[in-house]
Write a protein that binds this ligand. Sequence first.
Ligand SMILES: Nc1nc2c(c(=O)[nH]1)N[C@H]1C(S)=C(S)[C@@H](COP(=O)(O)OP(=O)(O)OC[C@H]3O[C@@H](n4cnc5c(=O)[nH]c(N)nc54)[C@H](O)[C@@H]3O)O[C@H]1N2
Ligand SMILES: Nc1nc2c(c(=O)[nH]1)N[C@H]1C(S)=C(S)[C@@H](COP(=O)(O)OP(=O)(O)OC[C@H]3O[C@@H](n4cnc5c(=O)[nH]c(N)nc54)[C@H](O)[C@@H]3O)O[C@H]1N2
Ligand code: SF4
Ligand SMILES: [Mo]
Length: 915
Amino acid sequence: MPNCKTTCAYCGVGCGVTVNNLNDKGLVNFSQRHALSVTGDPEHCANTGDLCGKGLALIDSLSMPNKLLYPRKKNIDADNGYHNISWPAAIADIASHLRNTIAQFGADSVAFYLSGQLLNEDYYVANKLAKGFVGTANVDTNSRLCMSSAVSAHMRAFGEDVVPGCYDDLQQADVVVLVGANTAWTHPVLFKKILNARKLRGTKIVVIDPRKTATAAQADLHLPLLPGTDLALFRGLLSSIATSGMNHEYIQNHTEGFEQALNHARYACASLASVAQQTGLTTNQIAEFYSLYQPQNKVVTASSQGVNQSTSGTNTANAIINCHLARGDVGQVGCGPLSLTGQPNAMGGREVGGLATQLACHLGFSAAELQLVGDFWQTEALPQSKGLTATEMFSAMAAGKIKAVWVMGTNPAVSMPDTPLVKKALERCDYVVVSDITADTDTAQYADVLLPAQGWSEKSGTVTNSERTISRQRRFIVPQGESKPDWWALCEVAKQLGFVEAFSFNSSAEIFKEYARLTQKVQQQFPEKQLSLAGLINLTAEQYDTLEPTQWPIAHSSLMGQKNIRLFSQGQFATHNGKACFIVTDCEQQLIEPENQPNKLRLNSGRSRDQWHTMTRTGHVASLAGSNYQPELILDAATLAKHDLKAGGLVAIYHETLLEPLIARAVVESSQLQDMAFLSMHWSAQFSKAGGVNKVVTAQVDPISKQPGFKNQWVGIKAQAVAEQGIEWGQTWVKAERLCWDVKQHISGGVCRHIAAVEGINAALMPQNNSASADKIVGRMMQWREQDKQLSCLITQGSLKSLLITCKNELQIDVNAVQAFINKPFNSKLISQLYQVIRAGNSKIVCACTGVTEAQIEQQMQADFAQGVTTASQMVEATQQQLNCSAVCGSCLNQVIDIADSVVLENQKSKQEVA
Ligand SMILES: Nc1nc2c(c(=O)[nH]1)N[C@H]1C(S)=C(S)[C@@H](COP(=O)(O)OP(=O)(O)OC[C@H]3O[C@@H](n4cnc5c(=O)[nH]c(N)nc54)[C@H](O)[C@@H]3O)O[C@H]1N2
Ligand SMILES: Nc1nc2c(c(=O)[nH]1)N[C@H]1C(S)=C(S)[C@@H](COP(=O)(O)OP(=O)(O)OC[C@H]3O[C@@H](n4cnc5c(=O)[nH]c(N)nc54)[C@H](O)[C@@H]3O)O[C@H]1N2
Ligand code: SF4
Ligand SMILES: [Mo]
C-alpha cells in the first residue's frame, strides 16, 4: 500500500510522519480516513521514527465537529449568524473593503495577524502582500507571544536570528540544562533523545522551573527558582565561569563587550548568597549547578517559554548566551544555547518576515535592506519602519486606529493576554476576516468574513523546525468542501487589488522558489547573513514534491538532505565585524508586586501534555481529552489552606480590571511553590463557559521584544460557592445560562458536560413535555435519588436520550462507561449497570497512547507485587510489557514511576504494620 511522508502538525520538533494505507494516487477522500494510520518516519532526522501521543493521534484529529467548508459572511438574520458565499464573492468583498479602508484611512489602518501554523509559502505571500503591496508594516504573528524574546536575543548576540545548534547536540552533551521548558510534555521526542543520552553516555539533566513538572521529576537536578529570577541565576553563572572556566582566547578574538557584561553581572549578582537571595534557591543548589559548567563538560542550555514569556525574556535569553560565549562553545558539538521553538512553523515565519519588526528574510528596515526587497518585489510601497507588534496591534484596534484585520491561523481571542481587550478590539474593528479550519473558535465569532483554510492533511508546502530543518507537509486527503490553501486566498485578494504580476503563483512550489531566490539575493548583498536557500532556487516541481528534510543554510543544491549542521562554529558571526556581542542584561522590568493583599497569588500558565493550544485540533479527540478534561488550578496544600479553599472545589480567579472571574477546579500538588498556581493555557469559551486563562492575564510585555510575560501574573482567588455539581450525557438538557461551570468533554461516542450552578442544577433543566417543545426537548423525565446523588433521565421512545447526575461535590465517574448507555433501551438492566459504573468511580487516563488508566496500572502493579516483583523499576518495566503504557511515546513515564513508588511504599507500610 502506498504511503505519504509528511511532517507532524504540532510542535516545533517537526517530526517526520508516515501516513500508511493510502491508495495508488497517495490521496484519499476524507471518508476513507479511518483506514489510515500514522507511524514515525525512521528516515526523518528530527525523530528517526519516534512520535509522541499527539502525533500518534493525528488521524483522529481530522474528524472535526465543525470543519469550515465554505466561505461565510456575517448575516444577523441567518441561523448561526452567517450565510455561505462563493469564493469569488468572498474575495471581492475582502478586496473592496481593504481598498476602501486604505483609501479612507491609509495603509496603516490595515493589519494582518498571522501564525506559526501557516506554511512557509502562506507566510511568505502574506508578508509580501502586507508589507510589499498594501504597504503596512502592521503584520505580526503569534510568534510574538512565543519566540520573540529568543529572536531579539539572537539578533543582539549573533547579529541574526539564528539557532546555532541542532538536536544532535542534545545527544552529544555531558549536561543538558532545560530552562523554563517542560520538554517531557511539550517537545516529547526531544526529551526522549535526552533520556537516551543519559542512558548511553550518562548525560546529566538539569531542569530550572518553579514547578516540579513531569520533566523536572526526571531530572538529576531540579532548581525550583522563584518565577522571573532566571536572569539573576545566569548573571551569577557568568561571574562563576569568569572565575573558573572562561575561554580567554575565544573572548578576545571572536566577541566584544565581555568586560561590560561581566562587570554588570558582578554588580547585579555579587555573590552566591546574592543569587540565592534573589532566586529563592540555596547556595548549595546554585554551586552545584554552576559546577556543571566546568570547561571539560559539554553543556547545552535549552530554553523555552519560562524564559521567553517573561518581562525580562530577552535579557534572560542573552544572559544564557553570554555564558556560552564566555565558554567559547557556541556551535560546538554537544554545546551551546538552544532555543526550543514552539509551533510547527514558528521558525519559518521568523525567516520569511512574519514579525512586524523585520522586513523579510532576516532583514530589518535600513535603506539598503528596503532597497533590496523593493527591487526584488518590484514595489515602491514598502513601509519605512517596523510595524505594531501583537499587543500594540490589538490596542490600536481597540482605540479605533486599525480598521480592518485579517487573522490567519491563530485564535487571539484566547491566546493573547487581556482577552477582554482583544474581544473589544475585534468588536470595534470595522472589518474582520478570519481564515481557519473550523468555525468553533472564540475569534471566529467576530469575523465579518470567515474563510475555509485547508488544514494539515489537505495542505501542501514546507515548514522549518527548531533546528532549521525544512521539511515538506504533503497533501494526502482530498480537501473537503471548498477549503483552499491560505496562500491561494491571499493571492486572489492581492490580484483583485491590482497586484496581478506579483501574485500570479500557480503552486506552492513557485512561491517557495521565489522565497529561496530572495534569500540568495540577501546573502549576495549581506554575505554575513546565514539564512540561505540558494541551493533550492532551481527545484523542479518533482524535486519540490520529493524534497528531503534539509537543514539550512543550503548554499548549493548538492547540500539537499544535509543534517546536523552547526553554525558559528568558526567563531565568525552575522554581525558587521563578525564578532559576537556580549550583552549587558540591564533595564529589567520589575513586576509591580501588590502590597498587603493577602488573597493574591502568582499565576503561571502553560501546556498540558495532550492538548494543543486553544484545543481546536485536539479538544475533540477523546483519547487526548481524558487526561485533562477540565480547567484545573494547581496549587500546593499550604496555599490552598491559606486561601481557605477545598481540594476539588471550584475557585474563582480574578483580576482587578475584570468584571467576571475565571473559574477552575482546585487541585493540590506538591509540584507547586507556595503562593503560586498553574493553569493550563488551553481553555476557551468553546470548551469552558468561564473562558480561558488570558481573561486574567494583563498585557505586560518585555520592553525589547514586546513578548508578553504570560507566566507571572498576580491574581486574586476565592472559593466559588456552588449548590450542586454534575455531569450530563446525551442530548443537551441543562440550560447554560444558569450555570457558572459548564465544561465540554469529548468522550468515546459523544460529548459530556461537567457542570455546576450556584443555585442548583435541576432548576436549570429545560422545560420538557411529551410533545415537541420550543427547545426540542422531547420525552419522559424520570428522577430519583441514589445515596448522595440525584439521577435525572430523559427517555424518548423507550431509549435513554439524556442523563444527568448531580451531587453536592465533584462527581467521580467513568464518563466513557456511562456514555455507552445513551440511546440504549431504558430498563432495569440499564439501571443496574449504571449503578455499577457509578460505584466503580473514576480513574484518570495516564497514558494517552494506549488509554490505560491510573487504576489499571495500580491494579497491575499490585498483582505484580504479589508475584514477587518488589522494586519500583521492575514494576515499571513489567507494566510497560503487560499494558504497553509509557512504552510508546514515554511522556507519561514519570507518572507510572510515581504509581510504582506509591505501590511499593504502601506495601512496605502494610508489611511493617503486620510485623
Ligand atoms: N502538549 C503540547 N506541546 C506543545 C504545545 C502545546 O500546546 N501542547 N505548544 C507548543 C508551543 S507553541 C510552545 S511555545 C512550546 C512551549 O513549551 P514549554 O515552554 O516547554 O511549555 P510551557 O508549559 O508553556 O512552559 C514551560 C515551563 O515554564 C515554566 N516557568 C514559568 N515561569 C518560569 C520562570 O520564571 N522561570 C523558569 N525557568 N520557568 C518558568 C512553567 O512552570 C512551565 O513548566 O510547546 C510546544 N509543544
Ligand atoms: N496564558 C498563556 N497564553 C499563551 C501562552 C501561554 O503559555 N500562556 N502561550 C502562547 C504561545 S507560545 C502560543 S504559540 C500561542 C498559541 O495561540 P494560538 O495561535 O491562538 O493557538 P492555536 O489554537 O494554535 O490557533 C491556531 C488557529 O489556527 C487554526 N488552524 C490550524 N491550521 C490552520 C491552517 O492551516 N490555516 C488556517 N488559516 N488556520 C489553521 C486552528 O483551528 C486555530 O483556530 O498562545 C500564546 N498564549
Ligand atoms: S514531538 Fe510530538 S507533537 Fe512534536 S512534532 Fe513530534 S510527534 Fe508532533
Ligand atoms: Mo508557542
